[in-house]
Design a binder for this molecule. Sequence first.
Ligand code: BTN
Length: 271
Amino acid sequence: MSDVLLDWWDGHEVVALRKSWSVPAFEAYRSVGSTNDRARELAAEGRGVWSTVVADEQTRGRGRRGTTWISEPGAGLWMSVLLDGGLTPTTVPLEVGLACAEAMEEMAEGIEVGIKWPNDLLLDGAKVGGVLCEAAGRRIVAGIGINVAGAPDPSVVAKADGLPPVSLQRALAKDMLRSRLAGVVLQRLRRRFKDPAPVGRGLDPETLDELQRRDVLLGEVIETEQAGVGRAAGIDASGALRLVTRDGAELRIVSGSVRSASGGVPDTGRA
Ligand code: BTN
């Protein structure tokens, strides 16, 4: 299906949502290849920071490291937001993940959202969402996928990162309006990126504490593509994952995928 632009999305007029969120541009699609690709086009057209694209369905939704992101119609918040390109690329995905975790918790009282380095959002050990940030000229595209409704197919999604999928509706046994969640995500993103640290300064202590509180890998024995097996020792100010190897060396993991070496799925790590 070719791209179908909507005037109304999730029960709201698109123009009204753009105004209430005060974003320079807002596009909602019934179907689009990838909201990240459309957001990249908006960046190339010179659209401002906070310009936002959502879609009911993506036909070529992407996850991290070339995986396919299944984006069934109406099943999730498939959203891309333009951020300032001057932000630190290694820490942006973590901060976007924090903003999403905060937004979900604001929307559904009592839940606790964990973060699995570098981009997974977890509810009770299952993947409820993910973040894919990509450079786009003078902007960064923050791509956000949150499973809102239904039951994502475990055989497809789990292959990608070893985590079983879950939706908010499944976990909470209640519905959530994607448009409301999108609005809260935008608010949280704005709050997080209000006073960005100069590139190279890294994450501030408050953000590091927040990440540590949500870090589902902390203290786990994990298997990394970059450096084999070790114990996860938290996330550093540059956004790298700290790994302590069996011989006690501390390494910084900056790329690749990581998973629990026990084969199990780490719990959210929060009481
Ligand atoms: C991951 O967990 O690997 C990241 C998933 C990111 C999916 C979102 S959905 C909106 C945006 N458009 C895409 O094609 N991908 C991101």
